[in-house]
Design a protein around this ligand. Structure first.
Ligand SMILES: Cc1ncc(COP(=O)(O)O)c(C=O)c1O
Length: 590
């Protein structure tokens, strides 16, 4: 990339122009060697970079373009696999070489020459080393690409000269190398499935890895990146904890695979209160969080190439699970100018004869939007017109502010097949207990075969966490302590108002007021700050102010102009964070 004077963003733009699906996170993953591109993407990248595709993959031989590939002898010593594809991946050849040329870090399995050629790792002196002995100063000198190109453990081990960790790392390298040599045959390497090629989960991605590394080096990082209420002082209601402890000895065995009767009955009654039609107890499934059920539903539904409409921005698990199941996530835009409501025209324009379903996240993560009945009705009409099913993720349905009321889309669609997801992670502050559910409703007769698939996968995972199921009835009935948080004077309400006003007071930042959940998705004036890479922005903020946010791209938002803040911390902490952000942005230019 250096030789061609290209940055990651140039490649992403070229891909857009060429109609090739390629995000910055993809490029980062290829650079870091975490994934290997599909052949179409590989060929495109090779063309843009003017190199041989085989060279990008670390294959043998010299290329037509005259760039040196790895020498066969070097490859054998380094223990590459016979195909030459992917064992070291991009991270230690083509792209990765650029990152490493700029960096002071070297890689355990082999050092590269400036041509991108791979040379053998043969002696301890070639094991990972970082020129600076101190982790903090190293972290501050590495660019985004360098950060992602260097496995965290290696950098950490390397940053501790002559430490036990480093000695161990060296001896592992030595023994691995000698094992390869003594066998005289290439060592087999194990790769992750290519099904993961299009799977990204930046909420816990490379910037988070860097934050973890900084914390391990003794730095305090303020984490505004994960919607996990407990660490911010939101305690599980006492009654829930008490009831679970009372039932622990009764919940030692597996339950029925859909869940305990008492839990499912309570969920069914909750569905009735939300006017979700045609729900019997057999239509309720508990899961280890909504997360497990999203994955299960996509795996049971999708054949290769089936398309699912997913919001942009989204909660990225949806996109990841669609892609993992072999489907294609097609993103419809949510419009910031209209309170982040789904753009119905865009949704309509993206329906093809492969589209099977529409996904809705309402209330929305990351925007905090709540969709009114008129918007929901338009989506129902579209689904009806095109014979689509609806998946509605409503895990924040009890965290709605300003006197507004959450409406389940399934309540407007008795003639369609709908799956509605919810759980206790957010409303009852027990994300760690892992309990969520889904409810099938409406016209189930058109989905008989699909439901059979869901049942197969539900049986295969045996059942969800039984102690957590045992408190669903307690949690859903009686006093709802969450209600105290979402009214004036309540923590979530007041924190929402504070963060909304404080962010909008920063020159170059604007944000729509969230109506629900505990996220805000502010916009940056990219021209003012010259921002072209939102991952770089997140890393720069992390390094400079030790604040961890999630970049917009992590939510399948395709411009570098947004980021997400979780406003669960108390106002004093948010004040400190916003002050630092304002200070950072007062001089930041990318
Ligand atoms: C929209 C959305 N759906 C699902 C989940 C996962 O929930 P669970 O803890 O039930 O797996 C989250 C977690 O942040 C979320 O934001």
């Amino acid at each position: 990339m250096n030789r061609r004077h290209l940055k990651q963003i140039d490649i992403v733009r070229a891909a857009q122009n060429a109609g090739v699906k390629l995000g910055k996170s993809h490029v980062s993953q290829y650079v870091s060697g975490k994934t290997v591109p599909r052949s179409e993407t590989l060929n495109f990248l090779a063309e843009v970079l003017d190199v041989d595709p085989a060279w990008l993959l670390g294959s043998d031989g010299r290329t037509d373009h005259g760039h040196a590939g790895a020498e066969p002898s070097a490859r054998a010593e380094a223990g590459d696999d016979a195909s030459g594809i992917g064992s070291a991946g991009f991270g230690v050849t083509g792209f990765g070489s650029t990152a490493l040329e700029e960096s002071t870090v070297r890689v355990v399995s082999g050092q590269r020459s400036s041509s991108g050629r791979r040379e053998p790792a043969s002696a301890p002196s070639m094991s990972s080393t970082v020129s600076s002995p101190s982790v903090p100063s190293t972290s501050l000198t590495l660019s985004a690409r360098e950060q992602t190109a260097v496995p965290v453990e290696m950098a950490r081990a390397a940053a501790e000269p002559a430490s036990a960790t480093n000695m161990q790392a060296s001896s592992v390298v030595m023994s691995a190398t000698s094992a390869m040599k003594s066998e005289g045959a290439p060592m087999r390497r194990f790769h992750k499935s290519t099904k993961l090629d299009n799977v990204l989960y930046d909420v816990r991605g490379p910037v988070v890895d860097e934050a973890a590394r900084m914390e391990e080096a003794g730095m305090h990082v303020l984490k505004l990146n994960i919607g996990n209420p407990a660490p911010f002082g939101f305690r599980t209601p006492d009654e829930v904890v008490y009831d679970m402890s009372r039932q622990l000895t009764d919940t030692e065995g597996y339950s029925a695979s859909k869940g305990l009767f008492s839990a499912r009955k309570a969920i069914m009654q909750y569905a009735q209160l939300k006017n979700i039609p045609n729900v019997g107890i057999e239509d309720v499934y508990t899961g280890n969080g909504v997360s497990e059920l999203i994955n299960l539903c996509m795996s049971a539904l999708l054949d290769n190439g089936d398309e699912v409409l997913i919001p942009s921005p989204d909660y990225p698990l949806w996109t990841a699970c669609v892609n993992l199941a072999g489907g294609t996530a097609v993103h419809y835009v949510c419009d910031e100018q209209s309170e982040w409501y789904p753009d119905i025209d865009d949704m309509r324009a993206k329906i093809t004869d492969r589209t099977v379903a529409i996904v809705l996240i309402n209330p929305n993560n990351p925007t905090g939007a709540l969709y009114p009945p008129e918007v929901l009705q338009q989506i129902v009409d579209l689904a009806r017109e095109h014979h689509l099913m609806i998946f509605s993720d409503e895990i924040y349905d009890r965290l709605v502010m300003d006197g507004l009321k959450h409406v389940s889309i399934a309540s407007l669609a008795p003639d369609l097949f709908c799956v509605t997801f919810s759980g206790l992670s957010k409303s009852h502050m027990i994300a760690g207990y892992r309990i969520g559910w889904m409810v099938l409703s409406g016209n189930k007769s058109i989905a008989k075969d699909y439901i059979e698939g869901i049942n197969m996968l539900t049986n295969m995972r045996i059942c969800s966490n039984v102690p957590a199921q045992s408190i669903v009835q307690t949690a859903l009935g009686g006093h709802q302590s969450v209600n105290d948080y979402i009214v004036p004077g309540g923590r979530i309400y007041e924190q929402r108002d504070y963060i909304y006003n404080a962010l909008n007071a920063i020159d170059g930042v604007t944000a729509v007021k969230p109506k629900a959940a505990f996220y805000i998705f502010p916009k940056l004036d990219v021209e003012k700050f010259n921002i072209t890479d939102d991952e770089q922005f997140a890393l720069d903020l992390l390094h400079d102010k030790r604040i961890l946010i999630t970049r917009g791209g992590g939510f399948n938002w395709h411009e570098p102009d947004h980021f997400r803040i979780v406003y669960l911390p108390r106002i004093e902490v948010l004040k400190d964070a916003v002050g630092k952000l304002a200070d950072f942005l007062s001089t930041y230019r990318q």
